[in-house]
Design a protein around this ligand. Structure first.
Ligand SMILES: NC(=O)c1ccc[n+]([C@@H]2O[C@H](COP(=O)([O-])OP(=O)(O)OC[C@H]3O[C@@H](n4cnc5c(N)ncnc54)[C@H](OP(=O)(O)O)[C@@H]3O)[C@@H](O)[C@H]2O)c1
Length: 321
């Protein structure tokens, strides 16, 4: 089979499409013919360096965790799916196994997959799993959304933000998105009520306040976020570039929770936990991922460069066939 392979850590030029052996499903796994895969931050990180900074582990040969495709073979004991089922899911998994989605075939644990919503193309379905889970888990971090709530999404034009807006608008909320100028028009089109160019305006200093802030970048100090929350409001971050920034949010957030009515939450991804909810929304025509691409497998290094430069809108998708 064809796969996007690398032998060492580095920038996207270490990647090349090669013929490699097709994997065989182990117990509890299915073999999926991959039709589309999408790029996540972890692909970008693991391309360049090992999971743990001080342990020089061998690189995973094939990256790619968000996939959509068709089941073509079942491993021993695999019972949830039948050959011919169209599936999607997030195959990221630290430790043995996991990833491998930038290839024509990949083996996946059954529990990492769900039936693909018929209404979505393979490209759309591949865009959903990881960003969709993060969007949901952050949006509902403080419980159900209520009509009229004011929500701000920081880093709103990428994978998580462009899904989160669609879920938030199902609850009649008023949503502001913050990102760079080139993404603001697309953000307006998919439903943001207000948009802010972060290079022109600091949303923590514009006098506005919100009931919920969902963050994909963690670009401000915890007290600045707290200042922008209404009493009883919640700040939920799914990530950011630097571990020390997230540690600061955890520590200072704990103090903010103790001393005010505001909550600060760091969201740890629970892979595939709520795929059923995303599938239902997609089947109902309420959720359609924003796709950057699709790129061919041979164009994947370029797609990763595009992602790494932060120039993408929504999810960068690779159409494997
Ligand atoms: N919590 C977990 O367990 C977990 C698991 C997996 C991933 N993650 C994290 O989840 C996040 C994934 O988010 P995503 O897929 O939506 O990322 P994304 O697609 O890269 O989107 C992030 C957006 O933020 C914008 N941005 C950059 N700097 C900004 C700033 N100073 N202010 C506001 N916006 C800014 C970027 O645009 P420009 O570059 O054009 O500015 C981009 O559009 C990542 O941080 C990842 O590390 C967390």
């Amino acid at each position: 089979m064809k796969a996007l392979v690398r032998d060492r850590y580095g920038l996207p030029d270490v990647l090349e499409v090669r013929e490699v052996e097709r994997p065989a499903p182990k117990t509890g796994e299915v073999l999926v013919r991959v039709h589309a895969a999408s790029i996540n931050d972890w692909d970008w990180e693991l391309l360049q360096r090992p999971t743990l900074p001080f342990i020089r582990s061998a690189p995973r040969r094939i990256l790619g965790s968000d996939i959509a495709g068709r089941v073509v073979a079942l491993g021993a004991g695999a019972q949830r799916f039948r050959v011919g089922d169209d599936v999607y899911g997030d195959l990221s998994r630290f430790g043995p196994g996991g990833w491998g989605g930038f290839a024509e075939y990949v083996c996946a644990r059954e529990r990492a997959l769900a039936l693909k919503p018929a209404r979505l193309t393979f490209e759309q379905a591949a865009a959903l799993p990881q960003a969709g889970q993060l969007a949901m888990q952050a949006l509902f971090a403080a419980g159900p959304l209520r009509p009229g709530q004011k929500i701000l999404i920081n880093g709103a034009g990428g994978g998580v933000g462009t899904i989160a807006i669609q879920l938030a608008k199902l609850h009649d909320t008023e949503v502001t998105g913050v990102d760079s100028a080139a993404k603001l028009e697309m953000m307006r089109q998919i439903g943001f009520d207000h948009v802010i160019d972060y290079r022109k305006q600091d949303f923590t200093r514009n006098g506005q306040s919100y009931d919920l802030i969902v963050d994909t970048k963690t670009t401000h100090l915890p007290f600045e976020y707290a200042r922008s929350l209404n009493p009883g409001g919640t700040y939920a971050t799914v990530g950011g570039e630097e571990m020390r920034v997230l540690l600061r949010v955890a520590l200072v957030g704990w103090w903010i929770r103790l001393t005010t009515s505001k909550k600060v939450r760091l969201i740890a991804l629970r892979q595939n936990k709520d795929l059923a909810y995303l599938s239902e929304r997609a089947e109902a025509g309420q959720l359609a991922p924003v796709i950057d691409g699709p790129y061919k497998l041979s164009e994947a290094p370029e797609a990763l460069r595009h992602f790494g430069a932060g120039n993408h809108k929504g999810k960068v998708v690779i159409a494997v066939d």
